[in-house]
Each structure stands twice: as C-alpha cells, then as structure tokens.
Write a protein that binds this ligand. Structure first.
Ligand code: NJP
Length: 244
C-alpha cells in the first residue's frame, strides 16, 4: 500500500490544507477530527481528484479512541499532530482553569496519545516522521497568551525530547512553529461569541499567513530525504513583529 500520512484536526484550517497538500504529493491521507461530516467531505473531494483519502471520527483527547483508531490502520509513515487550539481569557488574572485543562488535553496530551499509539507503525515504516504543530507561542511568550502559551511550550518540549529519545531509530521528529495564520476558526474558537475580539486578532498584522503557507512548509519538511531531520521551522508573517 501507499505511504500513509495521518493528519489530526484535518477538518479545517492548517490540518485540512496539509491533508490536501500531502495527498497531492502522493500520500494516502488519513483525515482525523471530531467533525466527521467535514473530514468525510474532504476525503470524498480528494478521492474524486484521484487521490487516496480516508476519513475517521476522532477526538485526540480520548486515549481509548486514539488506540482504537491506531489499531484500525494498516500502516503509518507520517503523523501530523495538528489538532489543537486556544481557548478562553486573554490574561492569566482572568483565566479559567477549565480552559487551561482543555488546552492541555488537546495541545499536549493529544500529542502524547497519538505518538504512543502510532509509534509501532512509524517504526515499522522504516522511515517514519512525526510532525508537531506547535507555535511561535510555544517558543516565547506575550501578554494575553496565558494557558495557550503554556500548552504550546509543552508541545515544543515534547518534540525536542522525543527527537532525542528516537535518535538512532528510523523515526524523525519535525516541529513547525507558525506565527499568525488566518484560518477560518482559530480566533473564533478562542473568543467564542465575541466576533470583534476574534477579528482583532488579525487586525494587527497586515498580511497573516494562510493555512496553505503552513501546509507547504509541512510538505517540504516531510519530503526531505530520510537521512535529513528538519528539527524546527519557525514561519511568521513578514509583517508580524510580536511573538503571537
Ligand atoms: O485552527 P482550526 P488552525 N480532537 O480551529 C481540531 C496551531 N496554530 O488550523 O475536531 C480532534 O481551523 C479541529 O477539528 P474538530 C493550533 O494551535 C495555529 O489554525 O473537527 N481534533 C480542527 O480541525 C493548532 O494546533 C495558529 O473540531 C481536534 C483543528 O483541530 C493548529 O495550528 C498559529 C480536537 C483546529 O483547526 C491548527 O490550527 C499557531 C480534538 N479534541 C499555531 N480539538 C493560527 N491559526 O494563528 C480540536 O502558531 N481539533
């Protein structure tokens, strides 16, 4: 069977764009997200274009579901840990613990669950790649970053540690840290119900990145020859001065 790439959070934004890009590069793509209708529609669209794609309902925070998902795959050569996001208040003095817990569950534990479940298949591939979508928020901080910054620092450290632990094995670890990417939902989810605040996220940067900019970066990094490890790529909009 064809080299297979699993993309989590493939129902929108960077995940959907990355799935399209990897499918165009010849991968069989496995699209995983909670919004089944979205991943099914994307899989159907890719199949119509002659590419191989399958859709799976998956909540990456549900460890048992992640294990069942991994058991259902016949191979995995690339795992793109993309599912994630920001939730809740701007500042630490107004933060809700429940939001922090949810951000840790998806941005940190989600990566742990998928990585553990798919490592046997990635090792068996003989040329496996794990991608972690962290953030510039995971490399520095900014006022109002709060629990999202803390969670993305977690994702960054997982990528760094895993790369050390897997050194010498046929599985490489690539971290992609985007700056501001204008996706359909990222800011809306963070500022649920407050459209002005969501719109203001992008107002400060003349030309934010697109999901396709990051998809191209992921595709380039995972298609390097197998002896090459791209450790970390930081991709920011040219007009973005801050760390966000
Ligand atoms: O956001 P969005 P992006 N289980 O909201 C999925 C990082 N990033 O594409 O389950 C499974 O369009 C959700 O799917 P669904 C960011 O932190 C972004 O911008 O159907 N999937 C959806 O497909 C994140 O790690 C920016 O709701 C879950 C996807 O995640 C990644 O890039 C900047 C899930 C989120 O798509 C993609 O974000 C940056 C769960 N429990 C880093 N929870 C930026 N946009 O500016 C969520 O530095 N998903």
């Amino acid at each position: 069977s064809r080299r297979t790439a699993v993309v989590t959070g493939a129902s929108s934004g960077i995940g959907a764009a990355t799935a399209r890009r990897l499918a165009a590069s010849g991968y069989r793509v496995v699209l995983a997200a909670r919004r089944t209708d979205r991943v099914e529609a994307l899989a159907a669209e890719l199949a119509e274009a002659g590419q191989e794609a399958v859709a799976h309902a998956l909540d990456v925070t549900d460890r048992a579901a992640v294990n069942a998902f991994a058991a259902s795959l016949d191979r995995c050569d690339v795992l793109v840990n993309n599912a994630g996001g920001a939730l809740g208040a701007d500042r630490i003095d107004a933060a809700e613990p429940a939001d922090w817990r949810a951000m840790y569950e998806v941005n940190v534990l989600g990566v742990l669950h998928l990585t553990q479940a798919l490592l046997p298949a990635l090792r068996a591939s003989g040329d496996g790649t794990i991608v972690v979508l962290s953030s510039t928020a995971g490399l520095a901080t900014y006022e109002g970053g709060g629990g999202y910054v803390a969670a993305k620092h977690g994702a960054h450290v997982i990528a760094e540690t895993l790369r050390l632990e897997l050194c010498g094995e046929p599985v490489r670890v690539i971290e992609i840290a985007p700056g501001m990417v204008k996706t359909e939902e990222f800011a809306k989810n963070r500022y649920a119900g407050d459209e002005d605040k969501a719109a203001a996220v992008y107002a400060g940067v003349a030309e934010p990145l697109t999901a396709e900019d990051i998809a191209d970066t992921v595709d380039w990094a995972v298609t390097r020859p197998s002896h090459v490890n791209i450790d970390l790529l930081v991709v920011r909009p040219r007009a973005q001065a801050s760390n966000y």
